[in-house]
Design a protein around this ligand. Structure first.
Ligand SMILES: [Zn+2]
Length: 365
């Protein structure tokens, strides 16, 4: 298995140590990505591993799974429009992150890793801790000290060593980079190309669940953009296989407290400039500059999509509105509801609800 830099086109043997391109420092992709083949879907498997034939993994990998994926696609009227909600919060650790983590921990095991660490504002850390417990890996998670108490408790209950770091989200990354080495592998969900191998399955599922079709429009939050990029790559695979005629319009949602992608689109830029973040209830998407900004901007433009930013007031109102139709999500996910209230959708719209409301109950905030 090889990784490749999409900018420099340099290949690297895929190992647990290889996170970045040695030449440009940018993120890597899996080389020779597999093509989508509907005949290769294992329909007996009701998890995302039904697409195993389409996933790139190290040789001899044995799957670390808890039945993630194949989340419900539920149609509901919302803000006067019919929306298909993809309930990603119904995942083993309560967020869509499990899609990437199941693939990442499968690879870590195959590479012989025994101690691994990740940095996270909460959901990725909880997912990582859960899958490491499942796989028998010793885990450490570096988080901002300000992360949601429910998320910190969730990380700890899985037995992961929790390192709370004071200051901005980026400080947790710096602390982990300093601690890694000597047997502790930095298994970054944000940098690893295996994360997107996992998240691309959301597009395959939507295609199957819509009766082998894709929506007109796909809406999701943007933090690092792993769910947006996973969907983009998955839909591109379907396009390349001749199974769909065009990409859905991909619409990303940010908080006005931190909106580097919205700004870059407005200014017509190919890269996002780091922004100054303000505090927001949408803590999980508060990232000053996504690692894969270039590809996020390309996905939005190529699909005829857009990005918009919503306020905390709109987000909290949308969280209540979604709960009124039985959908209990955290504020980071409710930004999608806030965006739907502003968008005029036509055709079939799929909106991803990424994280459970149990992770950040209003009464505890
Ligand atoms: Zn490079």
């Amino acid at each position: 298995m090889q990784f490749v830099c999409p900018q420099c086109h340099i290949s690297y043997p895929a190992t647990s140590q290889r996170l970045r391109c040695a030449e440009c420092g940018g993120p890597l992709d899996v080389a020779d990505r597999k093509r989508f083949d509907p005949a290769a879907i294992n329909t007996e498997d009701h998890s995302l591993w039904r697409y195993r034939a389409m996933l790139s993994l190290p040789d001899g990998a044995r799957v670390v799974s808890m039945g993630e994926g194949m989340t419900p696609l539920v149609e509901a009227g919302f803000a006067g429009q019919p929306i298909h909600f993809k309930l990603e919060y119904i995942s083993p650790s309560g967020s869509f992150k499990d899609r990437g983590t199941t693939v990442l921990t499968t690879a870590l095991k195959a590479w012989g890793v025994t101690r691994a660490a990740d940095d996270s504002s909460g959901n990725a850390g909880a997912s990582f801790a859960a899958y490491c417990a499942r796989a028998g890996l010793a885990a450490e998670v570096f988080t901002p000290a300000s992360a949601s108490p429910a998320k910190l408790a969730q990380i700890a209950v899985f037995g992961a060593r929790l390192n709370k770091v004071e200051g901005a989200r980026e400080k947790a990354t710096e602390a982990l980079e300093a601690a890694a080495g000597g047997g502790l592998v930095y298994a970054s969900h944000a940098w690893s190309p295996l994360t997107l191998e996992g998240t691309k399955t959301i597009a395959y599922e939507i295609w199957e669940q819509l009766g082998r079709g894709v929506p007109t429009c796909y809406v999701c939050p943007i933090g690092q953009g792993s769910l947006l990029l996973g969907a983009y790559r998955g839909f591109k695979d379907l396009l390349a296989a001749g199974l769909i005629a065009k990409l859905p319009r991909i619409i990303g949602v940010q908080s006005i407290a931190c909106m580097p992608i919205v700004e870059a689109l407005r200014q017509g830029l190919d890269r996002a400039a780091p922004v100054e973040k303000k505090l927001s209830v949408a803590e999980g998407i508060s990232l000053a500059r996504p690692i894969r900004d270039r590809e996020i901007l390309r996905a939005i433009r190529e699909s005829g999509g857009d990005a918009l930013a919503v306020s905390d007031d709109e987000t909290l109102a949308a969280q209540r509105d979604l709960a009124q139709i039985g959908l209990y999500v955290e504020p980071t996910s409710a930004v999608v509801g806030a965006a739907l209230k502003r968008l005029k959708v036509d055709g079939v719209t799929v909106a991803a609800l990424t994280g459970s409301g149990l992770k950040s109950p209003p009464a505890l905030r």
